[in-house]
Design a protein around this ligand. Sequence first.
Ligand code: ZN
Ligand code: ZN
Ligand code: ZN
Length: 98
Amino acid sequence: MASCEICGEEMLNRVGCKVGICDCNGKSYPRIRFGTEKRFEGVFGDDDCCPDCLAPFESFHHFGCDIEECPVCREAIYGDCECHLVFPDLEGMGEKTL
Ligand SMILES: [Zn+2]
Ligand SMILES: [Zn+2]
Ligand SMILES: [Zn+2]
């Protein structure tokens, strides 16, 4: 099934991503946790999992999740964000660049 391309975790297990940072222009930024997105403020609570990547509340989204926001510009990573984010890869398959 769907496993995360940067941490290798199976998303259906409802666990958060193990990668908590990403890089932009050589600087490291902490990723935005599920439940703290500005465009979903107040929508999700303690018992919720991310509707896209199934990460539990206040944990990190998995790579490719549509809900995740960019920590640099606070826009949707796969939407309006135009930052060049680089995610470290715990699986050793190479860094992922958006
Ligand atoms: Zn992951
Ligand atoms: Zn997610
Ligand atoms: Zn951005």
